[in-house]
Ligand binder design. Structure first.
Ligand SMILES: [Zn+2]
Length: 336
């Protein structure tokens, strides 16, 4: 049923080739988006209308560029806001290539051993949603990395902040000499930022983090027809989260340690499997388009370093709560 565009071959220590990718996508009003997604039975928050890419060789020299405009199939009318932002008008869209042709051309540009780099985590999943909606597959896209954590690591330590591309450009004194929100221009400036980063190390770190992950699933994804959680409390009542099982041996994981709540609706809990040792469950909450919550749940191996960080944060939280309690107790008893 799916048409596979390009093949993934074994990559026998070929020199690394980076493709810095940026997309522009069209949007539509909420009712229309919901109707289309229901019809397709899969998520399609936007429809890709432009692919821009810059190729870097192993020494991070720019050695090629790619841009194509795509004619949307589902959200055909250019959104006013998207037109203002990208400068792409209806006529250009109507003359765009089909996603299938665009992706075939893009594959010829990339080859089958490329490593993709994006600014932020959204582009490749968006492209994959688009491929799925068109019954296409491109397994050669699977090796991709978000440059935001690499930038954070190389500049101010392992900060969790999501910095904008403009921020990174300013940080490295890269001048915005071409208009933004053109997929190729954005890819070009992202490539200039990439040149300043230790890409090989960033890729190695991300690969390492991935091998620690034991399982990943999503609950309450309204876009793919699930109900979605009406509030945060009900997320934690879902059996998959309230009484998780070990992804390795399928045994129940028991009660676990205290729940650690971090910024950006991220919840971490340490469990011990009698057979496989300590592991974390991480629940990340994001909003569905209908305002309900969806939970991305990953289970990963608990390394010593991560356990220490988790315990430290819990202790900090406890200390903070204790101080707050004391302050609250004090205030009413203060005498003039
Ligand atoms: Zn186990």
């Amino acid at each position: 049923m799916y048409t596979e565009l390009g093949k993934t071959k074994g990559t026998a220590q070929k020199p690394m080739k980076y493709i810095v990718l940026d997309l522009e996508w069209n949007q539509t009003y909420q009712e229309k988006a919901l109707a289309v997604q229901r019809e397709l039975e899969s998520r399609l928050r936007g429809e890709v209308i432009q692919i821009g890419a810059v190729m870097l060789d192993e020494s991070k020299n720019i050695c090629g560029s790619f841009r194509t405009t795509i004619k949307p199939r589902f959200y055909k009318k250019i959104h006013r806001h998207v037109m203002r932002l990208t400068g792409i008008d209806q006529k250009q869209l109507d003359h765009g290539a089909s996603l299938r042709d665009a992706m075939s051309a893009f594959y010829r540009f990339c080859g089958d051993d490329a490593v993709f780099l994006t600014w932020g985590p959204d582009d490749i999943p968006m492209l994959c949603d688009n491929l799925r909606a068109n019954r296409l597959e491109a397994p050669w896209l699977c090796r991709y990395y978000d440059m935001q954590p690499m930038f954070n690591f190389d500049t101010d330590g392992a900060q969790k902040k999501q910095r904008s591309l403009e921020y990174a450009m300013e940080y490295f004194s890269i001048e915005q000499t071409l208009p933004a929100h053109d997929a190729l221009n954005d890819a070009y400036f992202t490539a200039l930022v990439a040149q300043k980063l230790n890409l090989a190390e960033g890729v190695r770190r991300a690969d390492e983090a991935k091998t620690d992950r034991l399982s990943l699933f999503v609950l309450g994804d309204a876009d793919s027809g699930e109900k979605g959680f009406t509030d945060v409390k009900s997320v934690f009542l879902a059996p998959e989260i309230a009484s998780p099982v070990c992804p390795l041996c399928q045994e129940t994981l028991g009660n676990g340690d205290k729940l650690l709540h971090s910024k950006g609706q991220r919840y971490l809990r340490l469990y011990t499997c009698e057979n496989d040792g300590e592991m974390f469950t991480e629940v990340r909450l994001t909003r569905n388009i209908n305002e309900t919550w969806r939970a991305k749940v990953s289970v990963y191996r608990a390394t010593e370093e991560k356990i220490t960080r988790y315990r430290d944060k819990l202790a900090l939280e406890k200390e903070f709560a204790r101080k707050n309690r004391r302050r609250n107790k004090k205030t009413p008893t203060v005498k003039e």
